[in-house]
Ligand binder design. Sequence first.
Ligand code: H79
Length: 460
Amino acid sequence: MNVKRLRRVYSKAALVTVLSSILVTPGCLQTTTKSFEFETKQQRDKRMKWWRQARFGMFIHWGLYAIPAGQWKDKEIRGIGEWIMNNAQIPVAEYEQFAKQFNPVKFDADQWVRIAKNAGMKYIVITSKHHDGFCLWDSKVTDYDIMDAAPFKRDILKELSVACKKHGIRLCFYHSIMDWHHPDAQGPHYPTYNTGRKKNPNFSRYVENYMKPQIKELITNYGPLGVLWFDGEWIPEWTEPQGRDLYSFVRGLQGDIIVNNRVGKGRKGMQGLTKEGYFAGDFGTPEQEIPPMGLSGVDWETCMTMNDTWGFKSYDENWKSTEDLLRKLVDIVSKGGNFLLNVGPTAEGLIPEPSVERLRAMGEWLKVNGESIYATTANPIGELAWGRCTAKPGKLYLHVFDWPVDGKLEVAGVKDKIKKAYLLADRKTKLSVTQNEDTTIVSVPYKNLNTIDTVVVLEI
Ligand code: H79
């Protein structure tokens, strides 16, 4: 949220507080959905608390597109796998046929959640419905879902909600506003569903009679949810007032839910942060990128793929290394953001092995160094040539990517007196520190404990 919007919300909050004390009893105020937009900073901080502490989540893109897996009529289709219906210009009636083949017998919700948990992830965002319109839960307003159209006949989201509760992971849903299947949405825009120009005149009927009832099902039958993560909001049919209305609708169904900024029209392209002015949504959503600098007082989350697709593609082997992924997590957290890292399970229901391996390795590092990630805040001391910095009250965590060959770690920008220094992975060994006006030198062992990121803790 930007400063202007904050001010506006505060002044509205003050006004509502005054009015409500005059006009209505506190009990009545809670029943109006509109009041949610007028929360105080304290109320907002309370609502955002778990999310700001979590820092690391799993994105899951799963749906019918896992069946073609990037291939259509013996041709490899360029682009992200979950866009194949649009990119290969597949007619609705033909794409629907995939539903009859969707039988992911190896799907094990408990195992997926354990993979996320062992990776050190605190929440899962799964595609309840992507742009192709196919629904992974038993929806009462359509037959185009896992229970009615597919042989699998198991409610995937229900099984995940049970497993998430069991393992203490927050369940969240990605939900596409754009819908290439629905006749009142982008279905008739075939052959290019994502035209950017055509408008379906019946779109508000889709919103009121289909999308909102579905969102109500998701929140009431699968909640409480952590986040509703909207997408596909760039279609010309969607407007900011509709976004605000949807935001209020969602918060009205679950007061403490968190909603991303793609609910309305506030996002700045793929950089994802929210534009100046009054826009709905609680956090910015950079996609496949990390903002170049820290952004204090702004909530944001970078979402990213491990290879070059969100939905499974059988021939995409362009995996980022564990080193790259882990340093990206640290870079994001040092700038005050969250990292939502994607997996694209196969049509059989398996998370690809290269993803599992990388997640396991990230989890191992986090088991030792998690204190320097969870519930930390952005770097308070300025850029560091050899790595990154995260902070907690009384502590600085120096994430050393490039270990000093001479054993002298130079740290500029520390104003406070350092009381104690040690490696997070070896708390017993005290490190000696010499402190001048602007530069601090920490004497570290000649060899690092971890070649990807060894964390030095300074207690101040
Ligand atoms: O679900 C994954 C992708 O399928 C989806 N978002 C992630 C999380 C995605 N949708 N679109 N894209 C990725 C790329 C398309 C970007 C564009 Fe635009 C849409 C270019 C023009 C319209 C958004 C709005 C970016 C710039 C303006």
